[in-house]
Design a protein. Structure first.
Length: 358
């Protein structure tokens, strides 16, 4: 009897050990599985983006709900549920940072949430080219940063704000030098203007431009105004210095510039091929057929290439120029009004032959 009891106790002891080992193994498995699950939720790649990444932009004033909704609605993450859980565990939402963020396909939920929590923005490249009006300039800029075109245009036409940078509301547009600038998407209007003023000064202090201004005899702003006229006169870069030279000659002799592009600007008629006598009589400070000297502000936003062409104007004796009758886009230059009249008559006949009446 004692022998059977001893064997039974041994068996029971072995069973207990097996049960404990099984329970331990099960607990370890559950723990490892749980850790793997949470690790996967935090670190496993969960971003929908091409190899080079994509930008997501969080508007100023967004709430935690706004951000989560934006990310899910725009398909930024593959598994929205795991992302929301990760955002909760990491306590995202105590402070929301607006801006543009570059997300990569290798990012897990934790890396994405941490980037948003730290406000680790990616700068954007703001690019604008030569445009005709401030409205178009504001529109081109607003498509690339957070401030809208209405806010930008209001700032560009604000007299007091312009004066704080050394401009008038008419000349303020001269401060915007077409180029590509790296800045943050959520830049404020004030900070954007300060950046453009910094770039304006940097532009003039480089490339010997300040020295060239002395030869030209014009201020920075006057040079941009003249460049805006040259820009509207021709697309041919190689003849821009010559055209600039004509206007310099006329300014120095106190002659009216009689620049057709200023009449188009004054009348708002940018599509007409002909400038008629009635157009030249319009009452406007921008009409250089009636107003002496340069107009009060630029008639477009000229490119750096045109500004440099004016700074490097050609010294010659030409006082007039007229579009060539072959419609090549080039101009005929003349020293006397009689020569100019001959060239102008040939061009008018060419327009008539093409039945271009206005």
């Amino acid at each position: 009897m004692n022998r059977f009891a001893s064997i039974f106790n041994r068996i029971r002891s072995i069973s207990y050990r097996k049960v404990l080992l099984m329970l331990g193994a099960l607990a370890l498995g559950v723990t490892v599985g749980t850790l793997c699950y949470f690790y996967g939720e935090l670190y496993k790649p969960n971003v929908n983006a091409p190899e080079e990444g994509r930008l997501i932009c969080i508007p100023t004033g967004s709430t935690r709900t706004d951000v989560l909704y934006y990310i899910i609605k725009n398909g930024v993450v593959k598994n929205p549920t795991s992302f929301i859980r990760a955002a909760g565990r990491l306590k995202y939402g105590r402070k929301i940072f607006s801006g543009c963020y570059k997300v990569l396909p290798s990012m897990g939920n934790k890396q994405l949430v941490r980037m948003l929590m730290l406000g680790a923005q990616t700068p954007v490249n703001l690019c604008f080219r030569s445009v005709r009006t401030r409205q178009r300039l504001a529109g081109a800029i607003a498509r690339q940063i957070e401030p809208d075109s209405a806010a930008l245009l209001q700032a560009m036409t604000d007299e007091a704000l312009a004066a704080s940078f050394g401009f008038t509301s008419e000349t303020f547009a001269a401060m915007f030098i077409p180029n590509t600038y790296e800045l943050y998407w959520n830049v404020s209007v004030d900070d954007f203007l300060k950046r453009m003023y910094k770039e304006w000064n940097s532009f003039w202090r480089s490339g010997n431009r300040e020295q060239k201004l002395e030869r030209l005899g014009l201020s920075r702003i006057e040079t941009v105004i003249l460049a805006s006229i040259v820009s509207e006169e021709t697309l041919k870069v190689d003849e821009m210095p010559t055209i600039a030279g004509v206007y310099i000659n006329r300014l120095r002799k106190n002659m009216l510039l009689q620049a057709d592009p200023t009449v188009r600007y004054a009348t708002g008629n940018f599509t007409g091929r002909r400038v008629l006598l009635s157009h030249t009589q319009v009452l406007s400070p921008y009409n250089t057929y009636r107003r002496q000297g340069l107009p009060p502000g630029p008639i477009c936003i000229p490119s750096p290439a045109v500004i440099d062409a004016v700074l490097s104007y050609s010294e010659h004796s030409y006082m007039f120029f007229c579009a060539k009758a072959d419609f090549s886009g080039y101009h005929s230059f003349s020293k006397t009004f009689a020569q100019h009249l001959t060239n102008a008559t040939a061009y008018q006949r060419a327009l008539n032959s093409m039945k271009i009446l206005r």
